[in-house]
Design a protein around this ligand. Structure first.
Ligand code: SF4
Ligand code: SF4
Length: 346
């Protein structure tokens, strides 16, 4: 007879159960030890190279980083900064053209169109057979997109933000949501740059939903540069939302200073980290510099008022391709923005 008792006895069964428990605890312990080893040694860095065989640099350090390029007004050189910054990246990068009313980054990158996807928002439709004209929908809508005067409501689709609120409050379930196309999101590839651009349909004034659709295609494993629309209104806020760092592009003129100060106020409200790029240095005066100095705002780059830059721009040629001596300036800007924002915070 075995010391644990005869086979099938209570003692033998208990011994078997304890042995199984001990084995399972040992495997769990082994798995924990293995994971601890992995964490101590750190993630293996991938030895990746770009299309030209160049090392991908700090790709692992910047994955998922998002920087936005914005300005208080149009025509300050925001797109110039965005596309040249993307060009000098030595790793795959996403460039999001969020200026959906007038996307123009593609003019410089000349990428290959890979995808075009329609974007729609929900728009209400009222069933006259069910509606009794109670006006609940009209009272709820803050955008005055559905209006009732004790009658079946009138709809103004161009004002509708597609929130779905009116359908929810309708006591007679007379409202159904239908889709309304507002534009497209296009995906282009240009060397190591994946360009995502929104294009609003003519006559549509609903930029934020389309910008959100562009941003929904962000790849969390790839750093991204967002070219924001000009100004300080909703489309800009929608673009900046979630960015790790904002680059504000301005010109050294009184108008530039005025719009920069508005943009700085907006960024301060949002509590975001930012710095300034001064484009067309040499025109105007030094009040933008004084403003930055006074408020301790980092001056990230100064681009001179160089006729050759304007000529390259008018031909749709990238500044760093036409004038390679400027490449180092954008590489430095890249390092100060996309290259290290999270590291600086740590
Ligand atoms: S809430 Fe419904 S029932 Fe009332 S007016 Fe609007 S659609 Fe008609
Ligand atoms: S969906 Fe929202 S914005 Fe559009 S009509 Fe209804 S309540 Fe107004």
């Amino acid at each position: 007879m075995r010391p644990g008792g005869p086979p099938g006895s209570d003692l033998e069964l208990e011994k078997q159960a304890l042995t199984e428990q001990a084995q399972s605890l040992q495997s769990a312990l082994d798995a924990i030890k293995k994971r601890l080893e992995e964490l101590r040694s750190g993630p293996a860095r991938r030895a990746r190279r770009d299309a030209h065989g160049r090392p991908l640099g700090d790709c692992e350090d910047t994955r998922g980083m998002m920087i936005a390029i914005a300005s208080g007004k149009g025509g300050t050189g925001k797109t110039t900064v965005s596309v040249n910054l993307a060009r000098v990246c030595r790793f795959p990068v996403q460039l999001l053209d969020c200026d959906v009313e007038e996307p123009n980054a593609h003019l410089f990158l000349k990428g290959t169109l890979r995808r075009q996807e329609e974007v729609s928002i929900l728009t209400p439709r009222v069933d006259p057979a069910l509606c009794d004209g109670c006006g609940e929908c009209s009272r709820l809508c803050q955008y005055h997109a559905i209006v009732s005067f004790g009658t079946q409501p009138l709809l103004f689709p161009e004002l509708c933000h597609g929130c779905g609120g009116c359908a929810k409050v309708c006591p007679r379930h007379a409202i159904r949501d239908t889709g309304r196309r507002i534009g497209v999101v296009e995906t282009l590839q240009s060397d190591h740059i994946e360009l995502l651009q929104g294009r609003l349909d003519v006559g549509v004034a609903m930029a934020p939903p389309l910008i959100r659709a562009v941003k929904a295609r962000l790849d969390n494993a790839t750093p991204a540069i967002l070219d924001a629309p000009p100004g300080t209104s909703c489309p800009v806020i929608t673009t900046l939302n979630g960015a790790d760092f904002v680059v504000l592009v301005t010109e050294p003129t009184p108008f530039g200073l005025h719009d920069l100060s508005l943009a700085v106020e907006m960024i301060a409200e949002l509590g975001m980290r930012f710095g300034v790029v001064v484009n067309r240095m040499g025109i105007g005066d030094d009040r933008v510099h004084g403003f930055c100095l006074e408020r301790n705002i980092p001056l990230l780059l100064e681009i001179p008022d160089d006729r050759r830059i304007a000529e390259a721009y008018s031909r749709g040629v990238l500044l760093v391709d036409a004038l390679p001596e400027y490449r180092v300036c954008f590489e430095d800007l890249l390092q100060r923005t996309l290259g290290s924002p999270k590291a600086e915070e740590a």
